[in-house]
Design a protein around this ligand. Sequence first.
Ligand code: ADP
Ligand code: MG
Length: 244
Amino acid sequence: MIVLKDVSKAFGGVQANKKVSLEVEEGKITGLIGPNGSGKTTVFNSIVGYHPIDEGSIQFRGQEISEMPVQSIARLGLLRTFQQTRIYSKMNCVENMLISTDNRNVSLWDMFGSRTSEIQDKAEHLLEFVGLYRKRTLKAGDLSFGQQKLLEFAMALMNDPDILLLDEPTAGINPTLINGLIDRLHRANTEFGITLFVIEHNMRVIMNMADQIYCLSNGQMLASGKPEDIQNDKRVIDAYLGGH
Ligand code: ADP
Ligand code: MG
């Protein structure tokens, strides 16, 4: 579904990504791991068109997207969430859901026209799906950090993405919410058919979730394989222990 070939990106003197190649298979959950600063978020930013790449190619379903603007890429059905949540803290959960709908599936006219209740229903269903239905009228800023991440996930689902890029979805979430979130991610994949590409720092989480894992180190692809292969890969273990 996504194919990166030799993608490089530098910020000033920092080579954030160096000839990174990877493939995300449709229908699967693919993981991207690596120590802090290894270039994971840069890979996501390049894919979604947040910044231009220096060299290489990025294809989505066979189409070159590396020169396309952010909005056009989003309209193809490719969405991402951020390491830091981006919610409107003074609006309640339902309102956050409604404004997160882009114009791929709904126009402003629909928002205020006949489809209003349909969209409202969808928002409430998705809030139920992530376990926030009872909190739906609370201000998003009053939710716990973990609940805000669940809300952000539900907001992304409002747009019916074909593929969702999740940047450290479990970071900062307490352990009891983590299992619930992993379960929701699995269900989004199996029940809604959404392909997932997940950056995750927690090894246990990604090992339990991903079909295929890529490991970055110092901006370069260090290893890739099935979870069991990655778990036992000496290069990966060294990169994590060494902090590089
Ligand atoms: P990770 O997500 O794996 O922690 P990042 O992709 O965020 O790593 O960062 C990789 C490197 O690129 C780091 O050294 C980081 O400081 C640098 N970097 C990332 N984004 C920018 C930016 N917008 N401007 C300058 N340097 C950046
Ligand atoms: Mg990051």
